[in-house]
Design a protein around this ligand. Structure first.
Ligand code: MG
Length: 377
């Protein structure tokens, strides 16, 4: 039998034979070996300033803590980012502590994404945004070395990207009307619900007093009764809402299944769906899943979630945190496979540091730049 060891030995002999017959090549190889490039990971904290105070069911905030990462290798630079909304349990200190423990010198090249991401799991559990900040920088780097954007490397059709929704948070009627008018270039408005019936209906009615644009609703786990959730979903459908995200608490899968079975709208898991391993458990409980890079450790696992959800015949959405155009453009690489997209995080901050994926006439529009398609502003 042709054993691996024999194969390696034969291979080594073949290389040696080639080298002897071609001393110039041997010299070249030896030179490259001694000067082999190294990956260097650097990072810095960054506070994203919000255009509006952001309110969802449980709290309000005016900034989002971010850590910007950079991996350099052989003259190329890949950019990454960790964005940490407080409810995910990470912060700048935890991300920086994690990244300080990451030793990329044990890997030969950024093309070893599979091994590097497996290694990151061994550094510490959880820390998904910190891991995503490395994953995104690696993908940007590898794409730049290959000279291609990831949507192209993955074989996706850029014409099939969805419209992105533009999020309007809970606020007074006057502010909601103003935000709705500002959202006029967008083809879908996303509304955060889940406070109480009067507030939820006020939000929808206020938006409807300005526009008939389709609405995607997100209850952010705010409804605590399955019968009430179903009633609200019927009411929302009558008011031009076309999907509902995470109506009830993330662990209520039986209740979610009850609602999904009866719902006239697609019911999408967000908080219930963090990582690849969650996806099979959600089949039947939800119509589809909302994939976010900060929840699932980045582009590598997100790509796997896409395939798994498609195999399970679940519908797909891509979402984001409040992020710069770095993480947004990384997530946008997956957009051609998505039915819904909520990639407006960069538009909600006033101090973006990158330029990348653009929304043109409401639609996610991918560019031809290599990697994740961004340049520093
Ligand atoms: Mg959500």
């Amino acid at each position: 039998m042709f054993s691996r060891r024999n194969f390696l030995r034969t291979g080594a002999l073949a290389v040696a034979a080639t080298a002897v017959s071609n001393p110039v090549k041997l010299f070249g190889q030896a030179r490259r070996a001694t000067a082999s490039p190294k990956m260097e990971l650097t990072f810095e904290p960054y506070d994203a300033l919000l255009r509006y105070p952001f309110t969802i069911a449980n709290f309000t905030r005016t900034t989002t803590p971010i850590v910007l990462t950079k991996i350099t290798y052989d003259g190329y630079t890949g950019y990454g980012e960790a964005a940490m909304p407080p409810y995910l349990g990470e912060n700048q200190a935890s991300v920086i502590a994690f990244l300080r423990r990451v030793d990329l010198s044990r890997f030969k090249s950024p093309f070893e994404i599979e091994d590097i991401m497996t290694y990151l799991e061994s550094v510490a559990i959880n820390n998904t945004a910190a891991k995503a900040s490395v994953d995104i920088a690696l993908h940007d780097l590898v794409g730049k070395i290959m000279g291609q954007p990831w949507w192209k490397i993955w074989g996706f059709n850029p014409d099939t990207t969805p419209n992105t929704s533009f999020t309007i948070g809970l606020d007074t009627e006057e502010v909601v009307r103003q935000k709705t008018r500002e959202a006029s270039p967008y083809k879908v408005i996303k509304v955060k619900l889940g406070v109480d019936e009067a507030t939820d209906k006020m939000m929808i009615n206020t938006i409807r007093s300005v526009t008939n644009t389709p609405i995607a609703a997100d209850a952010n786990q705010g409804w605590k009764d399955k019968h009430y959730a179903l009633e609200m979903i019927y009411w929302l459908k009558e008011h031009g809402v076309n999907m509902i995200e995470q109506p009830m608490p993330k662990l209520w899968l039986d209740e979610a299944a009850w609602v999904t079975e009866r719902s006239p709208l697609p019911v999408i898991a967000d908080e219930s769906c963090q990582r690849l391993t969650d996806v099979p458990k959600l089949k039947g409980a939800f119509t589809g899943i909302n994939i976010k890079l900060m929840k699932c450790t980045g582009m590598r696992e997100a790509r796997e979630m896409v395939s798994l959800a498609q195999a399970l015949r679940m519908r797909l959405m891509v979402g984001c945190m409040t992020e710069t155009s770095c993480a947004i453009s990384a997530a946008a690489q997956l957009a051609p496979q998505m039915e819904w997209a909520d990639l407006d995080g960069n538009l909600l901050i006033t101090n973006d540091v990158y330029s990348g994926m653009k929304i043109v006439d409401g639609k996610i529009t991918l560019n031809d730049k290599p990697g994740i398609g961004i340049v520093k502003i």
